[in-house]
Ligand binder design. Structure first.
Ligand SMILES: NC(=O)c1ccc[n+]([C@@H]2O[C@H](COP(=O)([O-])OP(=O)(O)OC[C@H]3O[C@@H](n4cnc5c(N)ncnc54)[C@H](O)[C@@H]3O)[C@@H](O)[C@H]2O)c1
Length: 260
């Protein structure tokens, strides 16, 4: 039975109630985990108010700002967790970002800055978070989980630079798993099928991707953020004690079908 009681879990990447990270937070809370959420701060404090409102519904009092492009924010986040909790059992990274113009049009047109930005926000942030959290996870059978997409393996229209970033993210999962495994920390990725969120709304033709997936996936439907959350909760639990360095698809089986 899935039991996360007594586990302390940080979920990075809740923007609103559509976020995959929010589905994950709900599943972890349902399993009994104690939660902290981190969010991307904005000048007017809107995202903080939105995330705090959601966190309150789960009885989660720890909402911490963290712009992953800022080393100081990442350091401050893990220092705060160290002060509040003294340890960490699960770290969930559900963050990605790129310029919208680098997702459409010709892949060869991506700028050096756009390529670097996408990799900084979507890949380096996982490595930096793992570095920040590793000492807190020491000796706790810790679990790190990130969220990837099939665009890492296939050339999906209008995914472009993000596909390359997701390939790098999956590689980072393997390197992190190899390095942190001896200390007992497992590192995995979950690869969901398409879900309507703030981030996916900037992908041109996203509704066609949703339609094609529901039509062609073996399960003949799209997945929900809670289904992704349940898979993440499994990977954060003792039930997954033997699993590290993996990409677990939660896409109704779509990735095994031929074509796009
Ligand atoms: N929605 C989908 O169809 C889908 C499918 C597969 C994988 N994913 C992945 O799921 C993850 C979550 O995305 P989502 O779809 O839930 O969208 P979302 O917009 O709800 O979440 C993306 C999060 O990234 C955060 N973020 C962006 N730049 C940041 C920065 N500099 N510092 C800190 N946080 C930052 C945003 O604030 C937001 O919380 C992403 O890695 C995305 O690539 C999404």
């Amino acid at each position: 039975m899935l039991d996360l009681k007594g586990r302390k879990a940080l979920v990075m990447g809740v923007a609103n109630e559509s976020s995959i990270a929010w589905g994950i937070a709900q599943s972890l809370a349902e399993g009994g985990a104690e939660l902290a959420l981190s969010f991307l701060p904005d000048a007017r404090g809107r995202s903080e108010r939105r995330v705090r409102r959601l966190a309150d519904t789960l009885g989660c009092g720890l909402c911490l700002p963290c712009d992953v492009r800022e080393d100081g924010d990442i350091e401050a986040l893990f220092e705060a967790l160290g002060r509040e909790w003294g340890g960490l059992d699960a770290l969930v990274h559900s963050i990605a970002g790129a310029r919208s113009e680098d997702l459409v049009g010709e892949f060869t047109g991506v700028s050096r800055e756009g390529f670097a930005l996408a990799h900084d926000i979507s890949v380096y942030s996982l490595i930096a978070a793992a570095h920040g959290g590793r000492s807190l996870m020491q000796g706790s059978d810790g679990s790190i989980v990130t969220i990837t997409y099939l665009g890492s393996q296939r050339a999906i229209p209008n995914y472009n630079v993000m596909g390359v970033a997701k390939a790098a993210l999956e590689s980072a999962v393997r390197y992190l798993a190899a390095e942190l495994g001896p200390a007992g920390t497992r590192v995995n990725a979950v690869s969901p099928g398409p879900i309507e969120t703030l981030s996916s709304s900037v992908i041109a033709g996203f509704s066609e991707i949703l339609g094609a997936t529901a039509e062609r996936a073996p399960l003949r439907r799209n997945v929900t953020a809670r289904q992704v959350g349940n898979a993440v909760a499994f990977l954060c639990s003792d039930l997954a004690a033997g699993i590290t360095g993996q990409v677990l698809y939660v896409d109704g089986g779509y990735h095994i079908t031929a074509g796009m």
